[in-house]
Design a protein around this ligand. Structure first.
Ligand SMILES: [Zn+2]
Length: 1098
């Protein structure tokens, strides 16, 4: 029989201190790893380095300061003469560059140790090897993005000699301003305050990372959480165990930490896919030139981390930045390609830059994808599948369709977490675009693209995930960003520790594709969101920096003209003509670069807009010259046959016939015109039936018939203007008080209401000056009542009045209001001298129209938004974006408000406003001060907007006819000089773009359905077409929509005579069939808001 002895019972000790108090314990533990806390000289941070020296015996420093704020290459820099310098010296001013030659002799006593070079000058720097390889970026300061350490060696011999260069840029991570968005101070100087060789105490660092996680869990899991209590207890134990200066206690602390962190999760825990990332704003609080260096600093740092952490993955967008690095940093480019090849460095995004999607035209958005995807494919052998746009200010409803057409499947953002009215209700969902195309979309629930890898962010990722019922995973995008930088080693260290810790979601170093494919695999169904992703913040960006907006519109349309005309010249097989592929690509790259989200938004510093102006001027001057040359070439005007008698030639680059009143110079040889302009040197001509995409000449000998426009002043000093269609009344201060439509027999302005009212709003946003106009600005506006009016032109072709107004003590406005004999459209050519501080000028019209929605033009279509503030979602849209027009319609009629360079509108009830000029002071204190030239127009129309021709009128207003005075003997041959393309049977379809195919001599034609209805159209060409392929915007062929079915090639003629007769008959029949097929054109079935790209083989 076995005897059991009672074993000795182990019982808990009696605590000799009071029960832990949560708040006090957490504060105590926080102080343990805080640099600014009481006792920081003996807490864990005090133990991070075992040894440190800044002795000049070991570090010698020489500097070359580059004059004139120039940024020079490594090769240039190393040839300069360097002078000695030292710790504590100041360097500047802002934006200057200083190259340091650093020579290091490692102390003997550091033998066997890892040795770090420590550098802090409160600005940005890049370490270069002696042979010109960028090694790592350094970020000064004490913020969370600080990066002071560079690992010189992981095992020093002692007395090692190491040398390298440091390129110092005199700007911080966020430029050189005061506060985050203050305009740059040109005179900032930077102190080299830290310069050391140091030996890290590695166990202390390990404990720091462990402790950050344990403390984070204690703090952020909440007092009801079991794991929070356990974490707090563990953290407190570690503090009790640690003795400064006794490294053995650190080892014991590490054992305590490991015990806690070893507890694993259950199977159903949320899964986080962590992506290293570095958001570099391509231009913002620093100029583009500095962005090039930011990319080198940030990416070389990340390559170094990839070497040290094999599981680490980093994603990076924006082809433009890759191209800059490829051009300027050949060595680094080679390293990046190595890391891309092994899947650590992951190109993503698929666009040229991370663009604004509110204001670029449809074609410009297409070019972002075309330029981006082609770059990625050419350089890295594959396209991107994920459209990456974490920071743009609202997302166009056409993006899902465009993504699909750019061969992309997934969309990532997070910016809507910044909404300041409504919380966006979804995280992982189907985003359904204007045309019904859907894209799998995810908005990181951590609500940042600059995560720091704290437990709090992981906890937040679960808490804020609004679709976790359906999908149990999310993306965590970590790494310092906006100014660049990217992940720190400490972030990777923390993620390693948090991979599977009970209480926190599971984390994996991953790729975005893995995430989206996992959602597809594991999710049965997801909710959907239809239409635009309107951003409820930054609503001032549609207006800020007016000149940038103006050039954006004009450059896009100039390129439209240019590519079309060049395509015509190209297909006419003129041997002397070469389609200017390189020039057009350069133009588009500049336009796309400026469409970067902060630049297009108007929220960058003044230096950025100086650069934009240079680029735009180049496009404008060079582009217009090219357009003139092309028109001359196409119309045979290159070698004009001189004749005394003159006439005019007119070219229409729009795809519908036009009738207009043109203003032409009065030159010798022209017959006298029906009307000279008020200023004498020009006159007006009526032209009509100008063919679509074609030319017509006018000898001006006979004037076309028209009913004259009349203008007069009545007894109350009101001015009445009247043509065949409408009668318009302006009061004596320039307000529109009557708009009567003769065929509709109705007045558009209610008694007592009016239009063309200029209103100044006080515009003081809460913080983001250039970005935001806040909801309360609507409560504080003043109407510029006073004004004067006089008649400028009396008709018969064109009547005009001049309105002058003082809109404030410091700003004045002058406008010429024009009504022609032949149109309902009233144009307002406006100039403003603007000198304001945080004022916002809008022009408003109150129409007698009942409408719940306004129709706003967007890329390739229309977005409807409410005219009321019923819900918080409706009210949040108090300022919205539109392209060439917004339209208010009811049954039977409507009025469009057109513009040639503006993007902001607002509507409430029956009032529609166009936003004209703002005056924010940060980050550009001179923003929009000065002279403005802008045009808008009102266009009353028969029929509701949906049945109207407003879309065409928007184009007509923005795309003037190209006019030439020429010899009379040339005008008759004009019509035949260009190939004719036209679309028949579908007035709702717009032929938008004609260009040469990227990879062949075929022609690309892009068209779209503009109103939201199905269309059956016939596409006709004056040239015989072999085939038409429908393509995506990358010009991959998708399906054949037209093919010449019979060929008229002669067959073998070696047979008998009888057969030859038969053969000839066959050929004739085929020719006949061919002609018939050609005459019928190609049948196109187009869906509502569809963007259709056709590749035509001629
Ligand atoms: Zn950004």
């Amino acid at each position: 029989m076995q005897r059991y002895l009672p074993c000795k019972q182990r019982e808990p000790a009696v605590m000799e201190s009071p029960k832990l108090i949560r708040s006090i314990t957490i504060d105590r533990c926080s102080n343990f790893i805080s640099g600014g806390a009481n006792g920081n000289d003996i807490n864990l941070l005090s133990q991070l380095y075992k040894a440190r020296t800044n002795s000049e015996d070991h570090i010698s420093l020489m500097v070359y300061s580059v004059p004139d704020l120039k940024r020079i290459t490594f090769e240039e820099a190393v040839q300069q003469e360097f002078r000695p310098t030292h710790l504590g010296e100041w360097f500047g001013p802002s934006w200057s560059t200083h190259w340091f030659h650093v020579q290091i002799r490692i102390p003997l006593e550091f033998a066997g140790e890892e040795v770090h070079f420590i550098w802090n000058a409160d600005n940005e720097a890049l370490i270069w090897s002696m042979d010109g390889m960028p090694l790592q970026g350094l970020t000064g300061g004490a913020g969370s993005d600080a990066r002071h350490d560079y690992i010189l060696t992981t095992q020093a011999q002692g007395d090692d000699f190491i040398q390298f260069y440091v390129e110092m840029a005199c700007n911080g991570m966020f430029g050189a301003g005061n506060g985050l968005i203050g305009p740059p101070d040109p005179n900032r100087f930077f102190n080299l305050s830290e310069l050391d060789l140091a030996v890290p105490n590695k166990p202390a660092w390990q404990l720091l990372y462990d402790f950050q996680i344990i403390l984070g869990m204690a703090k952020d899991l909440g007092p009801d959480s079991l794991r929070s209590s356990q974490a707090m207890y563990t953290a407190n134990r570690i503090v009790n165990t640690f003795v400064p200066g006794d490294d053995s206690t650190i080892m014991t602390c590490l054992v305590i930490a490991a015990e806690f962190l070893a507890s694993k999760n259950g199977d159903a825990q949320h899964e986080i896919y962590a992506l290293g990332h570095c958001h570099i704003d391509t231009g913002w609080l620093w100029p583009f030139e500095e962005t090039i260096r930011k990319a080198a600093r940030s990416w070389s740092t990340q390559i170094d981390l990839m070497d040290r952490y094999p599981e680490y993955k980093f994603i990076c967008s924006q082809a433009q930045q890759y191209e800059w690095v490829k051009t300027n940093y050949a060595h680094l480019w080679g390293r990046i390609r190595e890391k891309i090849a092994i899947g650590q460095f992951l190109p993503t995004g698929g666009t040229w830059i991370e663009m604004d999607t509110n204001m670029p035209s449809g074609e410009a958005l297409c070019r972002q994808f075309l330029l981006g995807q082609r770059f990625f494919e050419e350089n890295f052998g594959k396209r991107c599948k994920v459209f990456w746009l974490p920071d743009s200010f609202g997302y166009s409803s056409q993006l899902p369709q465009l993504l699909q057409l750019a061969d992309m499947k997934y969309f990532f953002t997070q910016k809507l977490s910044w909404n300041n009215v409504n919380k966006f209700p979804m995280t992982t969902f189907w985003w359904i675009g204007l045309d019904g195309t859907k894209t799998l979309t995810h908005m990181a629930p951590s609500e940042t693209y600059n995560a720091q890898c704290s437990p709090e962010e992981l906890i937040r990722s679960v808490k804020n995930h609004r679709d976790k019922e359906y999908s149990n995973s999310s993306l965590l995008v970590y790494g310092n960003g906006d100014g660049g930088g990217g992940p720190l080693a400490s972030m990777i260290e923390r993620l390693r520790r948090m991979k599977d810790v009970d209480g926190l979601p599971k984390v994996e170093f991953s790729t975005p594709i893995d995430f989206y494919e996992n959602v597809e695999r594991t999710t049965d169904a997801l909710c959907s969101w239809k239409g635009e992703l309107y951003f409820e913040l930054h609503r001032g960006i549609y207006t800020t920096h007016a000149l940038c907006k103006k050039f954006n519109r004009s450059s896009e349309l100039l390129l439209r003209d240019l590519e079309m005309l060049a395509s015509f010249a190209h297909i006419m097989k003129d041997q002397n003509y070469k389609y200017p592929v390189a020039e057009f690509e350069q133009f588009w790259k500049m336009i796309c670069l400026i469409q970067f989200h902060d630049v297009m938004a108007g929220s960058s510093i003044e230096m950025v807009y100086d650069d934009c102006l240079q680029m735009y001027t180049k496009i404008d001057l060079h582009g217009k010259q090219m357009r003139d040359d092309l028109v001359d070439k196409l119309l045979g005007w290159e070698n004009p046959i001189m004749s005394e008698e003159k006439a005019i030639g007119v070219f229409n680059t729009l795809a519908w016939p036009r009738q207009e009143i043109l203003e032409i110079p009065l030159v010798e040889g022209l017959p006298s015109l029906a009307q000279n302009s008020a200023f004498g040197r020009t006159g007006y001509v009526l032209v009509d039936d100008i063919p679509p995409l074609g030319a017509k000449g006018y000898d001006l000998k006979t004037c076309l018939d028209f009913e004259p426009v009349k203008i007069h002043m009545d007894q109350s000093n009101n001015i009445l203007v009247e043509n065949k269609y409408i009668q318009v009344t302006f009061d004596k201060s320039g307000h529109l008080i009557g708009l009567y439509d003769k065929s509709l027999m109705r007045e558009f302005i209610k008694q007592g209401e009016r239009g063309n009212v200029f209103k100044m709003y006080e515009d003081i946003p809460l913080f983001w000056d250039a970005w935001d106009v806040e909801i309360y600005h609507l409560e504080k506006g003043v109407v510029a009542e006073e004004g004067s009016v006089q008649i400028l032109e009396h008709g018969p072709l064109r009547a005009a009045l001049l309105i002058e107004k003082r809109i404030s003590d410091t700003s004045r406005l002058r406008q010429c209001v024009i009504l022609t004999a032949i149109s309902r459209r009233i144009d307002f050519e406006t100039e403003v001298d603007w000198n304001e501080n945080r004022q916002f000028l809008k022009v408003e019209f109150a129409w007698d129209i009942l409408a719940d929605n306004v129709f706003y033009e967007t890329q390739y279509g229309i977005v409807q938004r409410p005219t009321h503030y019923n819900t918080s979602w409706d009210g949040a849209k108090f300022e919205v974006v539109a392209h060439k027009f917004a339209d208010m319609s009811e049954y039977g009629c409507g009025v469009a408000l057109l513009n040639d360079c503006k993007y902001g509108y607002s509507a409430y009830g029956n009032v529609l406003r166009l936003s004209l000029i703002r005056s924010p002071k940060a980050p550009d204190s001179n923003c929009d001060i000065g002279h403005h030239v802008l045009r808008y127009a009102i266009y009353p129309h028969e029929n509701h907007f949906m049945q109207s021709d407003v879309v065409r009128e928007g184009f007509n207003f923005n795309v003037p006819l190209i006019t030439r005075v020429m010899s009379i003997n040339q005008v008759n041959s004009l019509a035949k000089s260009v190939p004719q393309f036209r679309i028949e049977g579908a007035p709702n379809v717009v032929l938008d773009t004609i260009k040469k195919a990227e990879d062949s001599d075929d022609l690309i034609i892009r068209l779209y359905e503009a109103y939201g209805g199905h269309a059956t159209a016939r596409f006709h060409s004056s040239l015989p077409m072999k085939s038409i392929q429908q393509c995506n915007i990358l010009e991959d062929e998708l399906e054949t929509v037209y093919e010449m079915t019979s060929t008229a090639e002669r067959v073998d003629r070696t047979f008998s005579t009888n057969l030859r007769v038969l053969d000839d008959d066959m050929v004739d029949l085929r020719l006949e069939a061919q002609q018939k097929q050609h005459a019928q054109g190609a049948l196109l079935k187009i869906k509502p808001f569809q963007v259709m790209t056709l590749k035509i083989k001629l």
